[in-house]
Each structure stands twice: as structure tokens, then as C-alpha cells.
Ligand binder design. Sequence first.
Ligand code: NAD
Length: 332
Amino acid sequence: MRVVTLIPGDGIGPEITEAVKSIFEAAQVPVQWEEENAGQTTFDSKGELIPQSLIDSLERNRVGLKGPITTPVGKGFKSINVQLRQKFDLYQNVRPACTTPGIQTKFEGVDLVLFRENTEGLYSGLETYDERLGIADSTNRITVAGCEKITRAAFAYARKHGRKKVTVVHKANILKMAGTLMLNAAKKAQAEFPEIEMDDKIIDNMCMQLVIKPEQFDVVVTSNLFGDILSDICAGLVGGLGVVSGANIGDDMAIFEAVHGSAPDIAGQGKANPTAMLRSGIMMLHHLDMHHHATRITNALNKTLLNKEQCTGDLGGKAKTMEFADHIIRNL
Ligand code: NAD
């Protein structure tokens, strides 16, 4: 039995977490949950956004599954997601995007994995504002070590999963320093993985290519801000934020997460689609080498997705969150 830290989150978080727990239980997955929350709910009850007990639990278990978290708007509230990624050096944000039969999309045959650098760049938290001059500076700090780690991770993933090509996305034509570091790091990484093809695209062209011919991409690697934007474009290509998974991975810890937000507009109504959270849980099972359980749940989910009626409203169905989960359980 493997102990995993479970962070239900805010808004629809507890509802989709409940659905995933029931599916894992029915599939007899050998995972024991250690529940610790973070975010608005925790702030309201305990006066802190990230309790020490959550940090301790993650440090103990080294693996977590996280629902969406509401970071209160306003000065002094740093994003909880960014804090967790930086605290535990979870430098890889891994976001697979794959078309699934049953989920209506504009494109067929999308099957790519995006690697986003997760701790540096414009999300480093290096910002100043000079009120007198009315000037705000946000520092785009990129390091050689950070670029080398994320590009190497992308190539290593490509080799491990039999993928053929890594596309590096940058803006080296304008951001001469920062963009060039990423490009050079990728060239260095490729020398170690010569069987994997490499090409590069400038970020603006990449956005256009993705919405014209997304099937040309295999593994994609980029910096933090570009990755943040590209990952949502990729989600849109394959059915939206309700169906894509994500992982924050470091050298000795990983937190898997539903990448959508806490959806306050539908919270508590049983309308939330649990697919993104479930797929993140499936990624976690692969990470824990529980491939048999991961495949079994994937097959049951894919079978359920073929029957629209059994899915939630965002997928064109009528089922409530737990009804959708029950259909998946029946298909196990
Ligand atoms: P959101 O992703 O919560 O919602 C956008 C739209 O998508 C809404 O209409 C919502 O109903 C719908 N939606 C999202 N997930 C869904 C699901 N699983 N099933 C069905 N519909 C779904 O984005 P937002 O409204 O911009 O953000 C709300 C809150 O979430 C904010 O406080 C924000 O800070 C937070 N947030 C957290 C994360 C995270 O924890 N990873 C990510 C993004 C936003």
C-alpha cells in the first residue's frame, strides 16, 4: 500500500476528489490517502493558505494528488501552486494532450506532451513597482541549470515513451539572452539522445501551428510563461480544461493536479467533470509503476466517454459528477 497526500482543494475540488476516490477504491488501487488541504477553505478555517501539516505530509510521502485551489485575490497572497512548485523544486510541468474518441473537438489525431519549465522565468516572483515613476518591472530570470534540467527531462521522456521528436519553443529572435539559453540547452540535451529528432519554433508561430496542424507535434518543451499559455491552447484542442491532466515533477517529488480552476460558478451543484482529476490520478499511478491499475481505469473512462449520456454537462451529457463516476466504475 502506497501512502499519497491528497489535497482536495476549493470549489469543485472536493466533488471531483470524491469521484476519484470512489473509482480508485472500486478498482482496488493499493493507495492510501493522507488528506491535507490548502487554499481558501483552509485559510477560512485555519488562517493559513498552506498549513505546515500539508508540507510535512508531502515531505513524507513524496507524491501528491491535488484538486484546484482558490488563491485569494489581493496583495500579499502568492499563488499556492507557484509556492508548492518552487518550495519542492518541481521544475517539470508535464501536460499530455491527446484526442479521445467521444470527446468532440475540432481536430483529430492530436497526441502531444508539453514540458513547461515550472519554477523560473516570469513566474520567479521577482517584481517591483515604482509608484513615483509608475513603472512595474517583472524579471524573466532564466538559468542555464533550469533550461538544461527541463530540456533533458523532455528528451528523456521522449526516449522512455518511444516518441520521435522534441520541439523547443522560444523567442530567441527578440529575447536574445533568455531565449538563447533554452535553445542551447536543448541542443546539448539532444546530443545525449541522438535518436530523438529536434526542431524549434518561435512562440508566435507555434500558437498558429497548433491551431492549424496540431498533429505535427510530439513532445514540446518551453519556458514557464510560454508553457502556461501553450498548455491551455493544447487543452482546448482536445476538449478543454475539464479533461486534461497535469503533473508537477521534481527529482524526488511529484504532485499531480487537475489543471482547471475551482470553478466557483458550478461548485456544490454536482455538475463538475471529474475527468481531469481522474486522468491526473492515472498519471500518478504510472509514476508509481502501478501500470495495470492505470490502464484498467483508463479503459473504463474511455468506454464511458463514448456514451455521452453518461457524461457530465460540459461533455454534452446529463450525468452528475458521482453518476459519471458510477458509470466508470461499472465499466471497470
Ligand atoms: P476555472 O477553470 O475554475 O473555470 C473556467 C470555466 O470552466 C468555468 O465556467 C467552469 O465552470 C468551467 N470548468 C472548470 N473546470 C471544470 C470541470 N472540471 N467540469 C466542468 N466545468 C469546469 O477558471 P477561473 O474561473 O478563471 O478560476 C476560478 C478560481 O480557480 C480562481 O480562484 C483561480 O485562482 C483558481 N485556479 C486554480 C487553478 C489550480 O489550482 N490549478 C488553476 C486555475 C485557476
